[in-house]
Design a protein around this ligand. Structure first.
Ligand code: FRU
Length: 452
């Protein structure tokens, strides 16, 4: 079926979070939150794409969809593991308690409940939505444990011969919390702990706790943390963490950092790649659908994934680096080719014409890529997308990394609706969704590359 390169995009209509990201039986599987009927959020399904190399993705249609009374209003986010050769997908199952007569795809405020469920598949390609689902954690009605509605996004892993699950949740809609469950077999789960944290906003979404060498990292998306009244109030964060598997006690070390300084990125999920690296993919939120002419089947589409990024930690800082599979696909090119590529964007298939610019940016200097401005000021990398984000109000347009010490090497990936800037090999990443870029690049760059 349809192929995407580098950035997996909605196959048409709507996608949000990456789900069930796993390398299983020779394929990378990436599922995602998907509303197949319109380019807006609605009753959630899991769309499915596969790749051999994290670069070329093939859309396979819908893998998981509502069939049971407990998931009748949505198959929400979750994760995958391999268990005895089978692929197990864990997800949050949503059931509305009230109906909005004018829109059956959204629940009136507070009118829903959430349980946790799983579906197994013997090959990762076939999913029996009627037969192979089961509810594994019923709706939680004990406030000492978790919230009956806002407890979701199971991330499951195996450690010391047991299965662990972390869920995003809230305490009384006031305090975000991570909730842990434990299991001997991956099906029968017991409550382990709830861990409220100031840093988790009013509700935590999509937590992902993993080991990196002898440390642990928690990625998560706390809601309501940005208080400037602009979209988006929720943002993806990363923390170094300590976790005691016996008690379920979680401690965050330090303040945490933005996963991406551009703040469009949300709901990151990681897995181990073929070679054991920790690789992250996340949803790039788009305030409006992209043009149908950029989609192979003529459908408007809203939502795409960022480049696969390798997560590393060094001197207490979390790095998000360009994945080596991505490195393999860029060939040197002449500066003049970029404008030609940009001119062809409207006609080319999706994902074609991607280019990459590498340059050192001294204080006071900058680049302008099709109307997107990047410059260095007070040591930080700053960007302004106002020229390529026109007619969209209520969203941030200017962004900045923290101050960068010493030299500043930029590695910039550009395609029609997304610019990703890796600063000093992933010390910071700043990515922006953009629209209607003009075909020009201004400013000095050290080298140019095109996707090949
Ligand atoms: C995050 C999120 C998840 C939820 C899913 C629903 O973007 O709100 O918490 O499972 O999206 O689509």
């Amino acid at each position: 079926m349809r192929e995407n390169v580098l950035h997996l995009k909605a196959p048409g209509n709507w996608i949000n979070d990456p789900n069930g990201f796993i390398y299983y039986d020779g394929w990378y599987h990436l599922f995602f939150q998907h509303f197949p009927y319109a380019p807006v959020w609605g009753t959630m399904h899991w769309g499915h794409a596969v790749s051999r190399d994290l670069v070329h993705w093939k859309h396979l249609g819908i893998a998981v969809f509502p069939t049971k009374s407990y998931d009748r209003n949505g198959v929400f986010s979750g994760s995958a593991i391999e268990r005895g050769g089978e692929l197990c997908l864990y997800y949050s199952a949503v059931r509305y308690l009230k109906e909005n007569p004018e829109n059956i795809h959204c629940a009136p405020e507070g009118g829903f409940e959430t349980s946790q469920a799983m579906i197994t598949s013997s090959d990762g390609f076939h999913f029996e939505n009627w037969k192979d689902k089961r509810q594994i954690i019923p709706v939680i009605h004990n406030r000492e444990m978790a919230d009956p509605a806002d407890t979701r996004d199971p991330k499951v892993w195996r450690e010391m011969g047991r299965y662990y699950m972390v869920l995003g949740s809230t305490w009384e809609k006031k305090q975000g919390q991570a909730v842990f469950f434990i299991s001997e077999d991956g099906e029968h789960w017991e409550f382990l702990s709830r861990q409220p944290k100031e840093a988790f906003g009013h509700t935590l979404e999509c937590p992902d706790l993993f080991r990196l060498g002898d440390q642990r990292i928690l990625l998560g998306s706390p809601m309501g943390v940005m208080k400037d009244g602009l979209e988006y109030p929720s943002n993806a964060m990363g923390w170094r963490a300590e976790f005691q598997p016996e008690t379920g006690k979680l401690e965050l070390l330090g303040e945490g950092q933005l996963v991406d300084c551009g703040m469009d990125l949300y709901a990151p999920q990681t897995t181990l790649d073929r070679d054991g690296r920790r690789v992250m993919i996340a949803w790039m939120r788009m305030p409006k659908a992209a043009e149908p002419e950029n989609s192979e089947d003529g459908l408007p589409w809203n939502g795409m994934m960022c480049l696969p990024r390798v997560v590393e930690v060094k001197d207490g800082h979390i790095y998000f680096r360009v994945h080596p599979e991505v490195e393999k696909h860029f060939a040197p090119a002449a500066a003049a080719e970029m404008t030609v590529l940009m001119e062809g964007w409207k006609e080319q298939g999706r994902g074609m014409g991607i280019f990459r610019i590498k340059t050192k940016l001294p204080e006071g200097e900058g680049l302008n890529i099709g109307g997107y401005r990047i410059w260095r000021e007070d040591g930080a990398i700053k960007t302004d997308r106002s020229q390529v984000f026109q007619g969209i109000s209520g969203y941030r347009t200017c962004f900045s990394t923290p101050q960068v010490e010493g030299e500043c090497r930029l590695d910039i990936f550009v395609e029609p609706n997304l610019i990703e800037i890796f600063v000093n090999e992933g010390e910071y990443v700043l990515s922006s969704v953009v629209y209607d870029m003009k075909p020009f690049v201004e400013g000095k760059a050290d080298s140019w590359y095109v996707f090949s």
